[in-house]
Design a protein around this ligand. Structure first.
Ligand code: NAI
Ligand code: 13P
Length: 417
């Protein structure tokens, strides 16, 4: 343990830095270092040039590891890694792997970017797998069959991947309900809340199919289509009340470039996935208005809290909100401009009108309609959500981004919760 505590850098104390200097930090619990004080720079802004903090020569460095201690430290790391590898091997040997063998057909509803990406992903899992996409326009990649006939698409399917945008899901599902087997598990990829009913996909799907027992799984987490298609390492989460089903879907979809965790917290996963789209619009606004990195970090931290407050009031777990479908997806969509929701925000922040932005887009940005639903949901659960409410007000053209920033900055400064 001691070896792991070795500091990596040591700095020589500049004569202008005294013990009264605010940049000098004392660590009473560190082992005593003969004659030379340890100084850690937390901030060098405004310090005179040349820099007062100079690296020490390694041969004079009292903290340099001896060969014995280097060996000890490396041994600790090696043992920890070997433990991980053994645990991983034994886990894999115990995991059942027959789901993929048993699955003959998967149907994908929605031929947009994510539906197409997931269809290709499932098709690549097994050459004999039949992947049928139910689409409005059947022009698609060769390895996947596309049809606009619901009966043909759904016939004999073992799993259904649902990638129709949330606002169109009810009418779409009602239209195909007669062809859906009541035992067909629905894996929902859509992230959002239905505008007028405030429902999540776990409510929309069984209600539209008029089958409260339709097996349901939410698949969520940080997963841009482009990167999935390029087989870049990705991690997602499947959430279902049915633990066995979550494990089956995990086995169906996970592969060397896609890790899938399981969860039973359907509400947490769905709320996080839906609300991060609204927060991504806010992040885009901050970027479009050039408000700086401090603003961005503060906004995203506040947004994470707002999402946690609502999700936990609705029965979701805080651990879900800090996991892949929460913090993971929030970081992806708030910080990366591949996000369509963030791009809507950037354009709003730089002065464009919402209707012009939406009419120029050929893909969905779920956060735009979810913003309206989430505020009503927050009121129902008595949760204050300043940032997400501001986004909803901007979507309703009731507030300009500039006014929203002024109002948010003048809110009471309260204890952090
Ligand atoms: N693209 C991405 O990186 C990811 C998307 N998602 C979620 O997946 C869902 C779908 O997103 P994308 O495929 O990216 O959207 P998209 O905009 O690329 O495609 C949407 C698809 O829905 C179809 N559609 C629209 N109205 C319809 C209607 N009334 N009936 C039937 N189909 C209709 C469109 O024709 C299109 O094929 C969204 O909820 C999104 O938040 C989730 C994770 C990643
Ligand atoms: O949900 C996504 C990635 O996880 C995609 O986000 P956008 O819909 O904002 O592009």
């Amino acid at each position: 343990m001691e070896a792991l505590l070795e500091p990596v850098f040591v700095f020589k104390l500049n004569p202008s830095f005294t013990s009264k200097n605010p940049y000098t930090v004392h660590f009473p619990n560190l082992p005593k270092i003969p004659s030379k004080p340890l100084v850690v720079a937390t901030c060098c802004a405004g310090t005179p040039s040349p820099s007062p903090l100079l690296p020490q020569d390694s041969d004079q460095n009292p903290l340099q590891l001896s060969p014995d201690r280097t060996r000890d430290r490396r041994k600790v790391v090696r043992i920890a890694w070997e433990k991980l590898v053994r645990w991983s091997r034994s886990w894999r040997s115990k995991a059942k792997t027959d789901v993929l063998e048993r699955t003959k057909k998967v149907v994908v509803l929605g031929g947009g970017s994510f539906g197409t990406a997931m269809a290709a992903h499932v098709a690549n899992r097994k050459a004999q797998m039949e992947v049928s996409m139910l689409v409005r326009d059947p022009a698609l990649p060769e390895n996947v069959t596309a049809t606009s006939d619901a009966k043909t698409a759904l016939l004999g399917a073992d799993y259904c991947l649902h990638a129709v945008p949330v606002q169109f899901s009810t009418s779409f599902l009602e239209g195909i309900a007669e062809h859906v087997d009541p035992g067909l598990p629905f894996i929902s990829l859509s992230k959002g809340l239905e505008l007028n009913t405030l429902r999540m996909m776990s409510q929309i799907i069984p209600q539209a199919l008029k089958n409260p027992r339709q097996p349901f799984i939410a698949l969520s987490g940080p997963s841009f289509v482009l990167e999935l298609m390029n087989k870049l390492p990705t991690a997602m989460v499947v959430a279902s009340k049915d633990k066995k089903l979550a494990h089956a879907v995990q086995q169906l979809l996970s592969c060397s470039h896609l890790r899938i965790s399981t969860s039973r917290d359907v509400t947490g996963v769905e709320i996080a996935g839906a609300l991060k789209n609204v927060l991504a619009i806010a992040a885009g606004i901050v970027e479009g208005m050039n408000l700086g990195n401090n603003s961005m970090a503060a906004l995203v931290a506040q947004g994470c809290s707002e999402i946690r407050w609502l999700a936990t009031k609705m029965g979701g777990k805080p651990a879900t909100i800090t996991g892949l479908s929460g913090t993971g997806d929030i970081m992806l969509t708030c910080f990366v401009n591949l996000s369509r929701n963030k791009r809507v925000g950037v354009r709003l922040g730089s002065g464009e009108k919402l209707e012009d932005i939406l009419s120029s887009m050929n893909q969905v940005a779920e956060g735009v309609s979810t913003a309206g639903a989430v505020i009503a949901l927050a009121q129902k659960y008595n949760v204050k959500m300043p940032v997400l409410t501001a986004v909803a007000r901007i979507m309703d053209s009731e507030l300009t981004p500039k006014k929203a920033v002024l109002e948010l900055m003048s809110l009471p400064q309260v204890e952090e919760v």
